[in-house]
Every structure is written in structure tokens, then in C-alpha cells.
Design a protein around this ligand. Sequence first.
Ligand SMILES: Cc1cc2nc3c(=O)[nH]c(=O)nc-3n(C[C@H](O)[C@H](O)[C@H](O)COP(=O)(O)OP(=O)(O)OC[C@H]3O[C@@H](n4cnc5c(N)ncnc54)[C@H](O)[C@@H]3O)c2cc1C
Length: 501
Amino acid sequence: MRIYPFTEEYALYLRDESRSVGEAAWICFPACEEDVREALAFAREKNLCVTTQGGRTGLAAGCVPHGGLVLNLSRMDRVLGAEREGDAVLLRTQPGVLLTNLRKAVAALQPEYGALFFPPDPTETTASIGGMTACNASGARTYRYGAVRRHVEGLRVILADGRSVTLRRGEQMASGRCLRLRCDDGSRVFLPLPSYRMPSVKNASGYFVKYGMDAVDLFAGSDGTLGVITEILLRLMTLPAQIWECGLLLKTEAQALELTDALRRSCPRLASIEFFDAGALRVLKDRKAKDASLRAIADVPDGVQALLFVEIHADSKEEAFGELERVTACLKDCGGDPDRTWFGWNAAQTARFKEFRHAVPESVNMLIDERRKTHPQITKLGTDMSVEDKDLKRVFAMYREGLAELGLQSAIWGHIGNNHVHVNILPRDPDDYRRGKELYAAWAQRVTDMGGAVSAEHGVGKLKASFLETMYGPRAIGEMRALKQALDPRGMLNPGNLFFI
Ligand SMILES: Cc1cc2nc3c(=O)[nH]c(=O)nc-3n(C[C@H](O)[C@H](O)[C@H](O)COP(=O)(O)OP(=O)(O)OC[C@H]3O[C@@H](n4cnc5c(N)ncnc54)[C@H](O)[C@@H]3O)c2cc1C
């Protein structure tokens, strides 16, 4: 495999979707595990740090290099095959397989294995399964099916020193707070697990640690700091016979919050509850007016101040109808109008809703890109925090109060079913950016005080390292560092992720 000096032609590989830009001296594109080993040996010999990249769709700058060697895994893009284990179907893949191709591969299994699916859906289908595993990504359907970690059955990982580890769920377990990791060559690495308690909310902040935990759960969600994931074994699920989706158009945000609570209480067949606020709908409307490629995206009627999408997964039409009736009843109880809904009951129709949902973040990114032409130092400030059910209204009040006080433009959307919305502060100039950053830091502290998480799905990467310390405190950060050092004493892999260098 060739390792190239980093030149202008690779500029693309210095950034991800957070719009942060890094620097690098070398870049390589391994096609197999042996290539990864070779790249790591090169880095060790030259004393370089290594930044692993998947699809570069991350929003926390996790794959943005801090010098050294870029290890881009986009060529490790083969689906290696399916296997049965009892009633379950497992799919083995290389890490560079994009979500869109993973879905095609799962659909192609149907004649032999039946209709299956991989539930996590982080909206952006050019994300790679390696990146999704490293971030423990989630998305809309996590409301019902959990994040990626829950669907990972096994991993192969190459450590900084070149040793490989093959993990199957249930085979390498911690004893209390200590994990004696067995490498493929029979050697062992003693891993001291941190002592912090993870919050009971949706969470992708720092290492997963639990008494007696599984080693698979440690590497999944480790933001690429502990090793390079070279193979993933996924547990697939049976595709629900009926997947229906509704868009509930609401007159107020307060109605959306009430309705979320009601849906959670009354509707057991929902796979997701997604939210868009008036600010997000406005940015989309403005972008639509300028961009012909968005013409097919549905228009939102005037007067709509909030939009909830709910996805129903059911085993039969009767069951799906029953759930739809319950959704409608909740909507009426919360003062909504059942005639003001969008409804899709087949793949083509629900795909249009997905396009709508995806067009919102894309429109926001384009708006910020335009503003960056005048103010290159600003970026979107997108939060990723989650709280418990009881704190949903409280956290919304906190967001609204802060934004109004500082007069900042914003667009809020996301996974309200998990009390996890992305508040996107949209700075107009460097002053807005500075004040927005201060506001975000203050929110991180208050969410921590509520027992929430500072990153619920995007991972901590480089952008939220200070919030991780806010959430867990300096002692826990020290314990996380000690864990990393046991596997990567020189701090070679993904420096800057999780903790400052
Ligand atoms: C429009 C849009 C919408 C999005 N919506 C969601 C959403 O709803 N939910 C959600 O969870 N995310 C969402 N994301 C964020 C993003 O898609 C996810 O974070 C995804 O998991 C990143 O995958 P990637 O392959 O692009 O990883 P990258 O950005 O390339 O890398 C992410 C991190 O993983 C590490 N990494 C990558 N591959 C490996 C590997 N093989 N071994 C070890 N470490 C590795 C990198 O070093 C980095 O730290 C969205 C992004 C966009 C642009």
C-alpha cells in the first residue's frame, strides 16, 4: 500500500461535516487489515499520530486530523457475508461500508434469509459502519431499537502496537472494574475501567463503562481512540411488515411537547418521534426558494410552528391501524387537528419524509457555508444533549430563554422521543459565534446538573472535549486517559478526541 505525502489534492480529507479543518503530513487508503497494520507501523517508526476516517460525516470533528497520518478506510468497503446463529442473522462487514450500501446488502439477503433490516438510522446515508460504530451513532429509530452498540455482535480491532483483537459478544467480559483484554496472539492487556456512572439517558459521551461489562461495548463508541475497527459483525432484525409514517403539523411548540409525552405513554408501536421547530422549518423554506433541487420537498403550510414525525412499526395492517388511531387520539387530546397531517404507508411515501428530514440539516449547513464566505471563523453550533423524560419541558424552556436573551438565530430539530434535540445556533457574525459558544457551555453545565448527557449520539470528538469534563469531572477524565494509555501508551490514535492533547 502506498502512503502519500499530504498535498493540496487531499484537502477534502482535512474536514468533516462539522466544517472544522485540520492538518496532516501523510495520507493512506488501506484496502485490508494488513494495510492498516502497515500504516500503523509506518506511524510508529516515524513517531506520527494517526487519525482514522470513515465517511467523514461526523459532526464532532472526530476524524479531523491534528497532524500526522490520515488513515482513510473508504477502500475497506466490502460486505463480507451473512451467517445464521440460531434464529438470528449476522452480517459481517469491513468498516468502510456506507450505510446506503449496507442497506442494499441487507435487502439482497431477502431470498435466502427473509426480510431483514439494520435499525440504526443516522439520517446521513454516506456515514460508514465503522464510523457509526466508533461514535455509537443512533438517529430516529433509536427511540425503539437503541443505538448502534446494541446491534454490534462482534468486532475486529487493530491496536496501536499492531496487535489484533477479535471480539464476540459474551466472550471477553470485565471482572468488576477490570478487563483483561485477550489479543489474538494470546497476550493480555490489563485495562483499568473508569469508575464513573453513566447517566440513564441516551448517551454517547466518553467510554461506555459498566460493572462486568463486555469488551465489545468498550470499543463501540470509543471515538477511535482505542484501536482501528477493521471488521464489524452486526445482528440484523426482522423487517416489520408495516412501516407507516405521519407528519403532525402543530400550531405551537408547547403542543409538540405535550404530544410527545402523550405519544410515549399511549403508543407502543412507535419506532421514532422526531421534532422540527419553526426556526428549522423557516431555514428549509428559505433554502427551497433558492434551490431548485429541493422542489420535491413538501411545503409546510403557513402557521405551523412545530412538526412531529412519528414512524409506526407493526406486524400487520390491523396493528398499524390501531396505532394510527392512538396517535390520532393523542393529537386531538393535545389540541391538534387530525386533518392537518401528512401520512405515508409505503416505502416510496416514507422515503419522501426522510428526504424532508434530511433536507433540514443540509439547508442549515448551506446557510452557514454562505455566512462563512464573509466570516470564515464561524461554524454552526449544534448541541447533542439529552435529558430524562421528566426534564423535557425544563430543557426546552432553558434553550428558549437563552436564545431569546442573546437574540441568537437557531433551528431546533431531532429525536424528541429520547428528549434529545439538536439546538443549532446559527451565528451571523463572530460576535454571535462567541456568545453562542458561551451559551452552549452554560447549557452543558445545566444539562449535567439535570443528570443528562453532553453528547447523546454524535460522540465527543474534538469539539466537545471540554463538555465531557463538565459532565464527568477531572477525576473521570484522568481514569479515561489511564484506560487509553493502557492500549495506546504514546497517544498515537485520534489525539484530541475525548480529551485535550
Ligand atoms: C445531515 C447529517 C445528519 C446526521 N444525523 C445524525 C443522526 O441523526 N444521528 C447520528 O448519530 N449521527 C448523525 N450524523 C452524524 C454522522 O453521520 C455520524 O456521527 C456517523 O456515525 C459518522 O460516521 P462516519 O463514517 O462519517 O465517521 P467519521 O466522521 O469518518 O468518523 C467519526 C469518528 O469515528 C472514528 N472512526 C471512523 N471509522 C473508524 C474505524 N473503522 N475505527 C475506529 N474509529 C473510526 C473517527 O476517527 C471519528 O472519531 C449526521 C450527519 C449529517 C451530515
